[in-house]
Design a binder for this molecule. Structure first.
Ligand SMILES: *[C@@H]1O[C@H](CO)[C@@H](O)[C@H](O)[C@H]1NC(C)=O
Ligand SMILES: *[C@@H]1O[C@H](CO)[C@@H](O)[C@H](O)[C@H]1NC(C)=O
Ligand SMILES: *[C@@H]1O[C@H](CO)[C@@H](O)[C@H](O)[C@H]1NC(C)=O
Length: 584
């Protein structure tokens, strides 16, 4: 599992990425991206196949990436374009977080490889299918990228099924999205009268409200709510329309392939289902066993969640409450919709024969701490939908359960909706739909951990990969989250809490040497390693088996080193105290 994660460090949190309230925003890559990126030629045939990384990082390369990236990525242009054009390319890269210079050269109607399984090509669909409204929402997207999305939709959707394409601009500031976009739409209108509609927000309203604006304007039987940085692939619409015709209560996601942000080449990505972690951040999960057993690669695949992009019966989606307009900026709205769909009588499926190419940005063109809206939106979901398990979201984000100081807005109308639709509990959802997500009720305290010798440094997970915990300047990072369990383990680092993956690291006394280590908890437990500790607030951390204490030592350089030694009088404090939450 870990190997798989490492070899797939080129990560994209697909579709969640789009509209941000104040800022242009996007898709995030792991820090490993720069190193692992293999820059291909611009004209390579066919699509490479990539395994889909399961775990998606939200805090990827940021501002420093902006400085590094263009030099690195445009290197292979060598003696190609003149210096002036290279400068322009750099400028556009910085502005958009992808190679907009190249996008501007590529034809809008370029063809991309068909990434469907051969068996999809043999599928036939009913002649009578519902009509389709496609909604493209955007914020400061490159015009050529939007036009390529529109062109692909027009070319790849049977005209008799495509009723309209609705563009929703969430108050972009870029000049090219004003008159030039209007002119482009007028041109389309000559060949495809009344197909395109453009709605402009007059202030920034965020991803969820932009999607709702499009939904409210739509008139067809089915809506496909997409990002504008996509190209739909051949035959994408028929599986969606056919499935919704069979069952109007199903919310669907196509499969995303990746458009490389530099080369704009298509990379086919393996099938996976859309899940999320306890921060309610998206991740991919392995395809379900039940689906494999069907032995039909074209069959719809049940999924706990969607990533963002979706297709649904318009009336069904509206009646179950569209998207939660109380979500700010971006993030969490996909999980809110997913829980609501499942808990209130619908279902979510991924359609392997419906494929969309999604352009992943390399970095966010404007620095911004995304955690603020993500955290707030996550609490909104937790408080509305997650009942007694909501504490897990607080734990994962390291937020106090009482007086969090975070205003997640008014949820009374969402709760009323839940009442009205007579929705099932989150416990039902966990047991029946997403058993991989595992609550841990016996965490008794959590947060950053400080030693009384110096309260400016905190216990930290240390470098990844690696298993050496460190003392580092205290920061609000999940690397410094610590969870102490009633049974005596200390989890260090991000709270994983999943049934299937063994990625939770436990503070360990190997019994040898003075260095504490982090070991995968379940493996350490099997090996009989010493992972159980006595701890109380303001007391020592003492291993139950070796009786050694976790302490810190100051090096001549002034930094602190973690050691295991005979207990002196060192004491520790953890941020938040509680006991058996959710079950008391
Ligand atoms: C794109 O459009 C041009 C001009 O109409 C046409 O000549 C070309 O064949 C088209 N390319 C594809 C891949 O459809
Ligand atoms: C599109 O063209 C029709 C006439 O064919 C016109 O009535 C309509 O206003 C045009 N729409 C836009 C957005 O230009
Ligand atoms: C730690 O304590 C044990 C038992 O009390 C003693 O044998 C050992 O020498 C001590 N180690 C150090 C480094 O002081």
């Amino acid at each position: 599992m870990r190997l798989w994660r490492r070899s797939c460090s080129k990560v994209l949190c697909a579709v969640l990425a789009l509209v941000a309230a104040n800022i242009l925003l996007v898709v995030f890559y792991t820090k490993g991206t720069i190193k692992s990126l293999v820059v291909g030629s611009l004209h390579k045939e066919g699509a490479a196949v990539a395994q889909r990384p399961l775990h998606l990082k939200k805090d990827g390369a940021q501002a420093d990436g902006a400085r590094l990236a263009p030099k690195k990525f445009f290197l292979q242009w060598g003696k190609g374009p003149s210096r002036a054009r290279q400068k322009e390319a750099h400028y556009l890269f910085l502005k958009f977080g992808y190679n907009a210079f190249l996008s501007n050269q590529l034809p809008f109607n370029r063809s991309i490889p068909d990434t469907r399984h051969a068996r999809c090509l043999q599928k036939t669909y009913p002649a009578q299918l519902p009509s389709l409204s496609v909604i493209l929402i955007f914020l400061n997207e490159a015009l050529s990228v939007i036009q390529r999305a529109i062109t692909s939709i027009i070319n790849q959707t049977p005209p008799r099924l495509l009723k309209e394409i609705i563009l929703v601009d969430d108050f972009s500031s870029h000049g090219e999205l004003k008159r030039r976009l209007d002119e482009a739409i007028m041109l389309y209108n000559q060949s495809y009268p009344v197909l395109l509609k453009l709605i402009r927000h007059t202030k920034r309203r965020g991803l969820a409200q932009a999607r709702n604006t499009g939904l409210e304007a739509a008139t067809a039987d089915v809506v496909a709510i997409l990002d504008a940085h996509i190209e739909v692939n051949v035959g994408w619409a028929e599986p969606i329309l056919s499935r919704i015709r069979e069952d109007p209560t199903v919310v669907l996601s196509p499969v995303f392939d990746n458009i490389d942000f530099n080369t704009f080449e298509l990379e086919k990505v393996e099938l996976a289902v859309d899940g999320f972690d306890w921060q309610l951040w998206c991740r991919y999960d392995h395809v379900p066993q039940a689906w494999r057993q069907l032995d039909d690669v074209t069959a719809p695949m049940t999924s706990p969640s969607i990533m963002g992009i979706l297709a649904a019966n318009r009336i069904f989606l509206t009646e179950i409450g569209a998207l939660d307009g109380g979500m700010l900026v971006y993030g969490g709205e996909n999980v809110e919709l997913s829980l609501r769909v499942w808990q209130c009588g619908g279902k979510i499926e991924i359609l392997p024969c419906s494929r969309i190419a999604h352009l992943g940005r390399y970095y966010k063109p404007y620095a911004m701490n995304l955690d603020i809206p993500l955290r707030r939106n996550a609490l909104r979901v937790a408080e509305t939908w997650m009942d007694k398990h909501k504490y897990m979201v607080y734990l994962a984000w390291n937020i106090p359960l009482q007086n969090s100081g975070i205003d997640y807005g008014d949820i009374s109308s969402r709760k009323a909706l839940r009442e009205k639709l007579k929705c099932k509990s989150f416990d039902w959802y966990l047991k029946n739909i997403y058993p991989l997500l595992k609550p841990i009720p016996n965490i008794i305290c959590y947060g950053r951990m400080k030693n009384s010798l110096d309260e400016s440094v905190c216990l930290d997970r240390g470098p990844v990969p690696g298993n050496s915990p460190k003392m580092k300047p205290c920061r609000e990072l999940s690397e410094q989250n610590v969870y102490y369990l009633l049974s005596g383990e200390f989890y260090v680092g991000e709270l994983i809490a999943r049934e299937d993956v063994n990625e939770q690291y436990c503070l360990t006394d190997s019994g040898r040497g003075e260095k504490p280590t982090l070991e995968l908890c379940s493996e350490a437990a099997k090996r009989g390693a010493y992972i159980y500790w006595d701890f109380q607030q303001g007391k020592s951390i003492k291993n139950k088996d070796t009786a050694r204490c976790l302490e810190i030592k100051r090096d001549p350089s002034g930094t602190y080193r973690l050691v295991l030694e005979n207990c002196t009088q060192q004491t520790w404090k953890i941020q938040h105290i509680g006991r058996n939450w959710g079950y008391s």
